[in-house]
Design a protein around this ligand. Structure first.
Ligand code: ZN
Length: 198
């Protein structure tokens, strides 16, 4: 069987981007072919290299080109504070929005038993080992304020309590059901400062 024409393959491939449907995929494909072939070639090169070379930090699970990410490798960071987020994007937003000097732990999702996502799938066994090291004194729960995010926060809170580690939850200003990624920096900073112990 013949494969579809390249133009059609390009449009279909572009649709893997979030928010890109048939129409915008087509618009992008024509734009690249007619107006920006150099930009498209550059995009293709960087895309391929990023996919090959960016993995996950062995300690905090965020995206990293190296075994340890630059934050985990930085001895100036306060190892007694550990901020738990769902995604590398959430981590980047917190890091940009506020003056936080502690470390992070990236779950890569949230508990979702119906989808087969349990504690192991979001790295909670590895997190528990980290807590057992005894260095972490405060866990800051910055999971999304959704039902799943709250359930995940509760689970981690129970884990931390079993090891007598204080947990705080960012709250104020982050709308219920919202996602950190879409909260502005000032609101996030306020939510972070106003975190309360649970
Ligand atoms: Zn790391």
């Amino acid at each position: 069987m013949n494969s579809p024409p390249l133009l059609q393959q390009l449009i279909t491939a572009l649709r893997c981007l979030p928010g890109v449907g048939a129409k915008s995929g087509q618009r992008m494909a024509y734009h690249l072919l007619e107006r920006d072939r150099d930009g498209a070639r550059h995009l293709a090169r960087v895309l391929a290299e990023a996919m090959d070379r960016i993995g996950h930090c062995s300690r905090c699970r965020t995206l990293s080109e190296t075994e340890l990410c630059s934050l985990c490798a930085n001895p100036q960071r306060d190892a007694s504070q550990l901020c738990i987020v769902e995604t590398p994007a959430d981590q980047a937003i917190i890091e940009q929005a506020i003056d936080y000097r502690g470390n992070y732990y990236v779950l890569g999702g949230h508990l979702s038993p119906l989808d087969g996502i349990g504690p192991k799938e979001i790295g909670l066994e590895q997190l528990d080992q980290r807590l057992a090291e005894g260095e972490v004194k405060e866990i800051i729960l910055a999971t999304n304020p959704t039902v799943e995010g709250e359930a995940t926060a509760q689970y981690i809170h129970d884990m931390a309590r079993a090891r007598q580690i204080k947990t705080t939850r960012i709250a104020q200003g982050v709308p219920m059901g919202g996602e950190l990624e879409y909260v502005d920096g000032a609101t996030l900073a306020h939510a972070f400062r106003g975190r309360s112990e649970i």
